[in-house]
Design a protein around this ligand. Structure first.
Ligand SMILES: CC(C)(COP(=O)(O)OP(=O)(O)OC[C@H]1O[C@@H](n2cnc3c(N)ncnc32)[C@H](O)[C@@H]1OP(=O)(O)O)[C@@H](O)C(=O)NCCC(=O)NCCS
Length: 178
């Protein structure tokens, strides 16, 4: 388990598949996310049950609010390799009433700290649609910087959007949490 100031990062339980399925079918949550082909609730549950345990190359954590125990989303560090010290980060909070209260910033900060201190990573990277201002704000608050722009790589409602690539090096993590 990993603790932030106001959230706990812990394993995602198969019994929580309903929440994940609901978030994946919420257009507001998925607005700037790659939603692919919609999966049934049974498939989401089976995927969680059959998922390999968390390990160096794929760490998936549920984000739980310490104050009320609510499950509000997930964070993931994936594709880490000890040989390179590189990994990629994803975050999404599916419970919209918890947006704008600093929980994503706290969760991303806690996961990056875990990545650098416990996994000994050198660099964490991500991509984000350039219109996803809330997510970009979260990433900048913990120290991520824009490193490049991928032109016309994300399509939503018949329009193409650019993505930023962002990166955070060990030693650059900032405590921008409220
Ligand atoms: C993006 C997301 C992770 C943000 O979570 P959150 O808990 O609301 O984030 P925080 O409260 O920690 O911080 C949000 C910041 O964005 C800012 N923000 C929110 N909407 C904004 C907007 N439209 N324009 C600019 N900034 C905005 C907030 O003011 C806040 O910054 P501040 O603390 O400096 O005021 C969450 O909305 C989410 O999961 N969205 C759906 C999935 C997604 O897009 N994930 C990211 C994929 S790359």
């Amino acid at each position: 388990m990993v603790f932030g100031k106001r959230v706990k990062l812990r394993a995602f339980e198969p019994a929580e598949a309903d929440a994940l399925w609901r978030w994946n079918h919420d257009p507001d949550v998925m607005r700037w996310m790659d939603d692919g082909y919609a999966a049934s609730l049974a498939r989401v549950r089976r995927n969680l049950e059959e998922r390999a345990p968390n390990a160096y190359g794929d760490v998936l954590y549920a984000v739980e609010v310490l104050a009320d125990g609510a499950l509000i989303g997930l964070v993931r560090l994936r594709d880490a390799e000890p040989e390179t010290g590189l990994a990629a980060l994803d975050v999404y909070l599916g419970e919209k009433e918890y947006w704008g209260r600093g929980y994503a910033t706290d969760a991303v900060h806690a996961l990056c700290r875990f990545g650098f201190e416990d996994m000994r990573l050198h660099k964490i990277s991500l991509t984000v649609v350039t219109e996803n201002h809330a997510a970009i704000s979260v990433y900048k608050k913990v120290g991520f910087v824009e490193e490049g722009r991928l032109r016309s790589v994300f399509r939503r409602d018949g329009r193409w959007y650019d993505q930023f690539t962002m990166g955070l090096l060990e030693g650059e993590l900032v405590d921008g949490r409220p």
